[in-house]
Ligand binder design. Sequence first.
Ligand SMILES: [Zn+2]
Length: 601
Amino acid sequence: MALGHRGFVRKRTTLLFLVFALFYVAVAGRLFYLQVLRHDHFKKRAAAIRFRQIPITASRGSIYDRNGDPLAVNIETASIFANLREMPDKSKTACQVAMLLDRKPNSIEEKLNSGRSFVWLDRQIDARIGDEVWKRRTSLPGIGVQRDTKRVYPAGPLAAQILGFTNIDNVGAEGIEHFRNSILKGVDGEYRAELDSHRRVIPETRHIMRNPENGRDIYLTIDSTIQHIAEQAIGNMAEKYHPKSACAIVLDPSTGEILALANYPTFDPNNARKSKPAFWRNRAVADLYEPGSTLKMVTAAAALNEGISPNTVLTYCTGREKIKGGRLTCTLHRPFQNGHGRTDMYRMIEQSCNIAAAHLAMRLGSKKLYKYEKAFGLIDRTYAGFGCEAPCSIAPPEDWRLMRLANIGFGQGLATTPLQMAGVYATIANNGVRIEPTIIREIRNPDGTIYKAFKHGKKTRVISSEAADMATKLLVNCVENGTGKTAGIDGRTVAGKTGSAQVAREDGRGYESGSFIASFMGFAPASKPRLVIAVVVNRPQGSHWGATVASPVFKEIGEKSLWYLKVPSDAPDKNETKPKRDGDRNRVAFSGSSNNSFLAF
Ligand SMILES: [Zn+2]
């Protein structure tokens, strides 16, 4: 019995020994596995926890006008954040931080109680306030400061729709900022640093892995002064006629450079989010409209280039005419209440005769007219550098019925952008050679060296130099004797054409009743064109005539810009009986539309 008991105890001891032995073998094996076999793996993991790769933000490129005036630049700012895991007393911290940031303590406390472990308390604030917070960091556990930059637009709303703006993370959200973000943003760098037990960077351990490549600077073709003149002129018109929207474009016909592009309504890109998104829209390039009578000039230019004489009588206009598929009508005024009568190309442009333009279009035929419309840049999308240019909307010429052809002849049934139409007048002003318009003049590296030099857009001859000359004569006659009189500038020869078109309905079924687009397109001085100016006003109130609403804008922009560019006068000044001194000329040039003696249309 006793032996039996001893034997039992020995057996149990042996078993226990074996169990322990196995346990130690397992532990040793696991240790060997972890420390020897997986050594590298765990070393890497430990390093990953202790070290961190942190991006170094590249500085965003600036945007300048053609003369190097800054339009979009960066300023140093600070952003304040809270790390809640390290904050012992939220309400005490909230009070202290609120004082420094000049905010209400409960608005800060609300953020601290949001339940997240990391929150931004304020972003892109004055760098000096950031410095104040940083100085007090030992008494503000859990509060941190990050150096940041902020995009500012020193000229305020100037050229807002061209520039666009960036979001809080400095990424382009609209305009050139958005569409040329890849040029401006640069490439972020990176540094590696060790973290302390609170997972904060230990500054002495910073090690730069890759330096940031700063963004490139963009120089636009616009001239801030002309841009300002154009915006002011559009604004003056808007005060009087309260349109839904409007735009003005100023082009240099010899290079295709856009010197100004103004939109109404407008906004301040420094506070973009405070205005409606509709205000951000660059209507001059992103919106399509039916150009109306300004398009008659394409029909006329095509006919002139095809050898039709400007003195050939095209039709006898009685104000209305039936053709297959519909009826043509002219808008009539004194002394043409009974129609425009015997109408040649001169009268067609001078009095804006729809019926004569329709006849001219029918004479050319749809294929030929379409060919010229394409050559003038109306069919294909423009690539001026904005990135948001709308494509034209038009059916192929094979599908045009007679009525469609007649309508297109005088400007309806085809939708283009205001910039495309400005391009038509620039082509005529440039002796018949079209140059694709551009908004970006050059791109420079951060060190100031040129990355992409200015090169004007593609050049193509659209009409002969003789045809362009004749077309200019038709336009000068329109301003001197016809509907364009209100665009006349004293001391300058002016070529141009009015337009008043109904607004096409969005569903494509006919036109909105009572809604018009008033426009004027032209150039000056006609003898040696320096500026092409296009004005398009969408749904003005009180008058819908291009001559009343749009021509004065053309005149104001032309008068002031030519004076600013010191372009010598090429016509006698009707207001002058004797030559004036320079000082007097300044006064005349900036007197605005003091002699507004325009006609009834
Ligand atoms: Zn007519």
